[in-house]
Design a protein around this ligand. Structure first.
Ligand SMILES: NC(=O)c1ccc[n+]([C@@H]2O[C@H](COP(=O)([O-])OP(=O)(O)OC[C@H]3O[C@@H](n4cnc5c(N)ncnc54)[C@H](OP(=O)(O)O)[C@@H]3O)[C@@H](O)[C@H]2O)c1
Length: 409
């Protein structure tokens, strides 16, 4: 196992590996973990460790201080001896073979468990243990992020700290968050896409925001323009969602009147990264639902709100009734503008990218001429990455402020 990890480890040197087995524990393994395991399979071992980690937070801190990068478990499953490891990025490693024989089958990559038909529970438990013991992966190149306001930060934020900066109010409340990226001069798209505006830091924040979402809400033009499909989450990211009582992936809902969507596109694929993808929801007015083809009705779930146009107020209420309380709106401008006009937004997370484009194009909201959307906004937090992207989180002020109030300076 160690040999396999050393060969494939992407960061060069061999990782610090915590191996969980029935062999006598190494001195670094807290004594409390060495006793009382019921059953002798890897699943039972992992369950026992998880139980202990949930009870004693210090266990995770100790392992992180020791610099654990990956967690491995070994034991018998279906008469075969296996060594199964996962690193902080969710990359899996598997060595399978007869305990006393010389034959070994090795594989590495992601979705090893799915490819080799290991029990899904094994992956889930190992992934949860990885984030509890090894911690989050190091940020991708160019995406180191620090606090700007209310206090300027002197250190790079790790994934857990960054996640805390975007913490939501009580999960039982309804909350609509708009996420958007804009150039210095306010452009939300170049040549019909936002791809040129995003960055590794922006993607890092976006993934964290998505991790807490029950549902991602989009306008149909954005799905068409960006050939939208969900970004695959790593096994540890999925484990965190599941530990918070959420399904592996957030649901996706698209607002459309025309129903003109590519049913063979990535959004309608039945699985993503080896995990079943929830059937997309199409939010439509009654007039559109009446004319929906069988193919559309099979590929997606139709949610009717409004007669000839989608009534967004009603749509949000219906989504909440179905348990989708934490909604992240990914745009585009037409949809975001209507949500703002209807006073349905609780929060805006906007990235200002250091680009001046000076061409025609949309802003992050579009709306009719006339009365501006009302409501006050206050800066809740701002962060900065090493490439100069500014991450601004705005919430509603006042006692009924829908987020967790302003931070104290
Ligand atoms: N910078 C960013 O953060 C960001 C984020 C997202 C998107 N974008 C960019 O924005 C552009 C797309 O934005 P967009 O403003 O053109 O479109 P959009 O908001 O994504 O979608 C508009 C479409 O949504 C449907 N729709 C919206 N409101 C509706 C209602 N009340 N009732 C029924 N249907 C409704 C209609 O779909 P049908 O036409 O199917 O009826 C409408 O054409 C793309 O270039 C994309 O790359 C940028």
């Amino acid at each position: 196992m160690l040999e396999e990890l050393s060969v494939t480890w992407r960061r060069g040197g061999p990782p610090t590996l915590l191996t969980i087995s029935h062999r006598p524990p190494k001195p670094t393994v807290p004594a409390v973990l060495a006793n009382g395991v019921d059953g002798d399979g890897p699943l039972e071992l992992l369950a026992h460790w998880l139980e202990q980690c949930r009870r004693h937070r210090g266990i995770g801190n100790t392992q992180r201080d020791l610099g654990v990068d990956a967690v491995a478990v070994s034991g018998e499953i279906d008469g075969q001896h296996l060594g199964y490891a996962m690193d902080r990025t969710g990359r899996e490693y598997l060595v399978r073979g007869q305990r006393h024989g010389t034959e070994r089958h090795r594989s590495s990559g992601t979705d090893v468990a799915a490819r080799t038909h290991l029990p899904a529970l094994l992956t889930e438990r190992l992934a949860e243990l990885v984030w509890r013991l090894a911690g989050p992966p190091p940020p991708a190149a160019g995406s180191r992020i620090r606090d700007m306001w209310p206090t300027a930060g002197l250190i790079d934020l790790d994934e857990d700290e960054l996640h805390e900066r975007y913490a939501l109010p009580s999960p039982t409340e309804g909350h609509v968050r708009l996420v958007a990226v804009s150039s210095i001069d306010g452009l939300a798209a170049v040549d019909g896409s936002s791809a040129a505006l995003t960055s590794s830091g922006d993607q890092r924040v976006y993934r964290l925001i998505k991790r807490d979402a029950d549902l991602l809400l989009l306008g149909a033009n954005t799905v068409r323009a960006e050939q939208y499909g969900q970004t695959a989450l790593s096994a540890p990211e999925i484990a965190r969602r599941r530990a918070n009582g959420l399904p592996s992936y957030p649901a996706v809902a698209v607002v459309t009147r025309s129903l003109d969507l590519d049913l063979s596109g990535p959004l309608f694929q039945p699985s993503i990264g080896g995990h079943g993808q929830p059937r997309p929801i199409l939010i439509v007015p009654a007039a559109a639902a009446a004319g929906a083809s069988t193919a559309v009705a099979e590929a997606a779930e139709l949610l009717v709100a409004g007669d000839y146009n989608v009534d967004l107020n009603q749509a949000i209420q219906l989504l909440r009734q179905r348990g989708h309380r934490r909604i992240v709106c990914e745009g585009g401008p037409a949809l975001a503008g209507q949500l703002a006009q209807a006073d349905l937004l609780d929060e805006i997370c906007v990235t200002i990218t250091p680009q001046l484009l000076a061409v025609a194009g949309p802003r992050i909201t579009a709306g009719p001429a006339g009365r501006p959307a009302g409501g006050q906004w206050q800066l809740h937090r701002s962060l900065l990455d090493e490439q100069g992207n500014l991450f601004l989180r705005y919430t509603r002020p006042g006692p009924s402020g829908r987020a967790d109030g302003p931070p104290t300076v």
